[in-house]
Write a protein that binds this ligand. Structure first.
Ligand SMILES: [Zn+2]
Length: 1067
């Protein structure tokens, strides 16, 4: 038959079809206009009362319902930002509505949650017109007409993404939200059905390559549906559905790509809203998902972050029970295995272990199941040590998609084995839809195939769907579309399912998968190694404070259990307190908190938590020391002595500062203000304590400071360093005959401060962009003077105005006993998008530099050869970075920084940034930090850099006690690791579930080791365990000879030690 009208024109027809579904255009005559067949908003049917909670408080349900409510109505506005308004709502269904589904529709442009009158959260609501719009709550599936409903609605005055402008702008404290919609509606199910069909067909027309049959057919069919549609005539909707079905029923062949669709709701534990709002986001999002599980029995939803479950348990116990019920049915699936979805660059190795230990234990205890998939859709790069820790914590698989955000190189793999620095392999999948908030569109199915880089090895992938970041999760419409998308000719097949089963299938069915060795470096968000310097300092200090507390408490615990019991002792291993403090530290490692990318309110809370860690941690440390050093008993004694505890596993000789104390003898060197002095702690044993004498040995070579030819010199028996009058290092010479040469290249300066303009493309707190290197200048110069001249410590004071608005004060010091030069720095910082770095050029040649990572190190290029090399223009390092050549090297150490850049022969440490979003005041104020340079003979692998970096970060603990106690103290080491200088004993703690002792050790230099562990404590058996403290094998232990522990390169080994005389008492 010949057509009586012109050939359809693609672009015009596509737009015509788009307008057919539009909310904004022709919505009185298009399909959108037919979605509700009845609507009613009169006060006759909806009564509304409100209680506005004062002072931005978030109150519990029980308190809210007792409050005084006043009348409210549509059109009212509510605010300010972050305030809460509770509504008591009575609804009557119109008498003439019979056997219909009835929706309660509510749009106040912010977030809300519906509660039963008994206090059970029912469903979250999201207003506005974004993708995450969720304004309908199903009152009944079939009404009688005339019946009434009573419920509460808790309104939160923030959007899904907080209260900022332009997504990441700092929050506006004065927003108000208008109640635009409150009404009852009867949906036209046929119209909704056609709506979903049509979305898919139109999307196929647009997204399938236009030269294919299916794309052409799809457009033709969509156009036909528009042609038959008549508003107000339901028969034409049914006819449209028939046309749609004819098209959609065509199935794929057997080779089509297969997707497993997993419902998910990424809730940032804090970001553009504070932690307290997250607790409510969890309830809003998860109550909704539980509701969807009732309607769709095939629907599976995965959720990570044990912390959020713990909050749910505490604040919404009734909802927690429902979640548990759905978990038992296999619909609500816990995943991830960590306490929060943490940053994976900055936390220490031990913090990584604790994230899993607390996470996996929580899921196991509360849901009867450990996670097998490490789930991190949104974290900013992944440490090369993770594969070993993932496997060690009982997980098998890894999921992310974040590397799809790389803005220089495209990551080449989708399904592959990720190999860590130690060689551990983890099966990894990065969903090819490149999103963890998929909307279940035909376009996403097409992209999943198009972007899948390993199709020839593995023909399936994950589709992670549901609104996220601010919570929300899947909408019913997504599940409706998925049901239609199962198997349509021209699109990948898709089925809702479980992530775990997906990975198990991958493992079984995939052929010859490719591998990726080393870190998954994220080519974006490089500013997150530096933003919010005080938070990063707290993180480092907290991790190490808890380390010391655990070690000392464990030693006390063992002594009390195994020695003659001290009747007076009240010491208990502070398990409960440690759990609480660790949870604060782990919480703040969330991937928008520690990286520095949250709003100011979040940092107020984070700081509060860290202060508690600092305060309680120090009390616990003092309790443990009191017990060990008998400090309280020494009070009466007139003569005082010093005891030093070395919590590191090797002997140390250091000069340390102690307060001047009455009863203590004369200190060998006083500080400038005479309130403290310096003592030499000579060869104090590892993991033990000894008395500290105040004398200096006869043949001692003292350190010196002097001025020669306008240069300020610091010299000891190891090195000679010269600074110009502005504090810049102009000469550094190792005095050892073998290495004796100038390390600073002619005409260059070390300790040089540079300021770079730091204006990224969009993600202010997150990004420092590659072009910042083009626009830097030397910071304002300062002046230097000598403040200490030995014999134990010599130092210079540098004071400078580094810009018009910021100042720097720095003590540059060298002790008599080490070649390490310390730079103890205070900066008053007030800048706008400036980046402060300090740099040191050295006459050292290597194409690669070394950076510390969790329990090991990685190498990165010092050149910009390829785009993969130059993309690493700013990288993460922990306590040190090192630049070595054959025979010699220099390490740049720090006590709380994480950003480094080593290019050619110049080492740079990133100090401070000044982004303005999402926290307008980020980093403004005073900062304290320390860095140090450590010249060393030999290249890095043969150096003592790892130990020195620990020493800079873990000071000797020194306390005043009575002279008798100090002199009589048992100076034996509690634990000794010998025969392996490359093995570090990092952690000593009590076991989680018993009175046994856990020790975590690692090989730090990438080589094999045969370490010998001995102890003066009564050890009986030693077992090797995984990170979760499950025994894996027995290790022979001999009372005199100890145990031999064999290490592979970078291996992390956890030991569980049982003690003789097991009469345990627990908290
Ligand atoms: Zn996130």
């Amino acid at each position: 038959m010949a057509s009586s009208y012109p050939r359809i024109v693609r672009d015009i027809t596509v737009e015509r079809c788009e307008k057919f579904l539009s909310r904004n255009f022709y919505s009185d005559v298009n399909l959108f206009s037919q979605l509700y067949k009845e609507r009613e908003d009169s006060k006759k049917y909806i009564e509304l009362y409100v209680y506005s909670v004062p002072d931005l408080k978030r109150i519990p349900f029980e308190e809210a319902i007792k409050s005084k409510y006043t009348k409210a109505e549509r059109g009212d506005s509510f605010g300010p930002s972050w305030s809460t308004h509770w509504f008591h709502i009575n609804v009557k269904i119109p008498g003439n509505w019979k056997n219909e589904e009835v929706h309660f529709l509510w749009d106040s442009d912010n977030e809300g949650m519906i509660w039963t009158v008994e206090g059970v959260p029912l469903q979250g609501l999201t207003g506005g017109y974004g993708n995450d719009r969720r304004v309908e709550y199903v009152l009944t599936r079939s009404c009688k007409g005339g019946e009434t409903f009573e419920f509460y609605l808790e309104m939160a005055c923030n959007g899904m993404f907080g209260n900022g402008n332009n997504t990441i702008g700092p929050p506006d404290p004065n927003r108000t939200f208008r109640l635009n919609t409150v009404e009852l509606g009867v949906p036209n199910k046929d119209a909704w059905g056609l709506f979903y069909d049509f979305q898919i067909i139109l999307d196929m027309a647009k997204e399938i390559p236009h030269d294919t049959v299916r794309s052409a057919q799809a457009l033709y069919v969509a156009n036909n549906i528009v042609n038959v549609f008549q508003p107000g005539d339901n028969k034409t909707i049914l006819e449209g559905r028939k046309i749609a079905q004819e098209f959609l029923k065509n199935k794929n062949g057997s080779t089509q790509h297969k997707l497993t669709a997993v419902g998910h709701c990424h809730i940032d534990t804090a970001w553009l809203w504070p932690y307290d709002e997250t607790k409510r986001k969890v309830a809003r999002s998860w109550s909704t998902q539980v509701g969807l599980m009732e309607i769709y029995p095939d629907y599976k939803f995965v959720c990570s972050q044990a912390q959020q479950f713990e909050w749910l348990h505490e604040y919404y116990p009734k909802l927690f029970d429902k979640v548990k019920e759905k978990s038992d049915k296999g619909q609500f699936c816990t995943i991830g295995g960590t306490w929060v979805e943490m940053d994976c660059n900055l936390p220490s190795g031990e913090s990584f272990c604790r994230q899993f230990l607390y996470g996996q234990r929580y899921f196991e205890h509360n849901f009867g199941k450990r996670s097998k998939v490490f789930w991190l859709p949104d974290t900013f790069g992944y440490s090369a040590q993770l594969p070993q820790i993932i496997k060690g914590a009982g997980l098998e698989y890894f999921f992310t998609q974040k590397l799809s955000w790389n803005n220089i190189n495209k990551f080449p793999n989708t399904t592959f084995y990720w190999i860590g620095i130690d060689g551990t392999k983890v099966l990894t999948h990065m969903c090819p839809a490149e999103s963890y908030v998929s909307q279940c569109t035909a376009g996403e199915l097409i992209n999943s195939v198009r972007n899948h880089k390993d199709k020839e090895y593995s023909n399936e992938s994950l589709l992670v769907f549901g609104n996220g970041d601010g919570g929300g999760g899947p909408l019913a419409s997504m599940i409706e579309r998925l049901q239609r998308l199962k198997d349509i000719d021209g699109l990948a097949k898709v089925e809702m399912g479980s992530a775990e089963e997906f990975y198990e299938r991958l493992e079984k069915n995939s052929k010859e998968l490719v591998s990726w060795k080393g870190e998954l470096y994220f080519e974006l968000h490089r500013g997150t190694y530096t933003s919010h310097g005080r938070i990063k300092r707290y993180n480092r200090k907290s991790e190490l404070l808890l380390r010391d507390v655990e070690l000392l408490s464990t030693i006390n615990f063992i002594k009390l259990q195994t020695e003659n019991k001290d009747k007076d002792s009240t010491f208990n291993y502070p398990k409960k307190e440690l759990d609480k403090l660790w949870k604060y530290v782990l919480l703040n490692q969330f991937h928008d908190v520690l990286p520095g990318s949250s709003i100011e309110m979040v940092y107020d809370d984070a700081t509060k938590f860290y202060k508690e860690v600092e305060k309680t941690g120090n009390i616990l440390l003092e309790n443990a020391l009191d017990e060990l050093f008998k400090i309280s008993k020494s009070a009466e004694s007139a003569k005082k002595g010093l005891l030093a505890f070395n919590t590191l596993g090797w002997n140390r000789t250091e000069v340390i500062e102690v307060p001047v104390h009455e009863g203590l003898g004369k200190l060998p060197q006083l500080s400038k203000d005479k309130k403290s002095g310096f003592v030499l702690v000579n060869d104090v044993i590892g993991l033990g304590a000894q008395g500290v004498g105040l004398g200096i040995p006869d043949n001692f070579t003292q350190v010196n400071a002097c001025v020669i030819n306008d240069l300020f010199c610091l010299q000891n028996k190891y090195i000679s360093a010269k600074f110009d009058k502005h504090g810049r290092l102009v000469s550094l010479i190792d005095l050892d005959l073998k290495s004796n040469r100038e390390l600073i290249p002619e005409g260059q300066y070390g300790n040089k401060f540079n300021m770079y303009e730091d204006i990224p493309l969009f993600w202010d707190a997150w990004d420092v962009e590659i072009y910042h290197l083009q626009k830097g200048h030397e910071a304002g110069l300062g002046t230097v003077k000598i403040i200490e001249t030995g014999p134990l410590r010599a130092s210079l004071l540098l004071e400078s105005k580094i810009s018009k608005t910021s100042t720097l004060r720095q003590v540059i010091s060298l002790t008599a006993v080490s070649p390490r030069i310390d730079f103890d720095t205070t900066v008053n910082w007030d800048e706008n998008r400036q980046f402060l770095k300090v740099e040191f050029p050295f006459d050292i040649n290597n194409d690669y530099a070394t950076y510390e990572t969790q329990f090991g190190f990685i190498r990165r290029p010092t050149h910009y050869n390829t785009t993969w090399d130059s993309a690493k223009f700013e990288v993460c390092g922990h306590k040190f970075a090192d630049l070595s050549e054959y025979g010699y090297g220099v390490a740049l150490l720090n006590d709380c920084k994480y950003g480094y850049a080593i290019h050619e022969n110049v080492m740079r440490l990133s100090l401070l940034r000044a982004p303005k979003a999402p926290d307008a005041h980020c980093d403004i104020g005073t900062h304290k930090f320390k860095y140090a340079i450590l010249p060393h003979a030999c290249s890095f692998l043969e150096s003592n850099v790892v130990r020195e970096a620990y020493q800079l970060n873990v000071p000797l603990i020194i306390r005043t006690t009575s002279e008798e106690i100090a002199q009589a103290y048992d100076t034996r080491s509690y634990f000794t690791i010998s025969n392996a200088p490359n093995v570090i004993l990092d952690t000593v703690k009590r076991a989680e579930d018993s009175g046994e002792i856990i020790m975590r050790l690692f090989e730090a230099y990438g080589g094999h080791a045969k370490a010998i562990l001995t102890s003066i404590l009564p050890l009986e058996h030693i077992y090797e365990t995984n990170i979760l403290e499950d025994n894996t094998c027995h290790i022979n232990y001999h009372r005199q000879n100890g145990a031999i522990i064999n290490f592979r390169p970078f291996q992390v080994i956890t030991l569980k030690v049982t003690l003789r005389e097991q009469e345990w008492t627990f908290l």
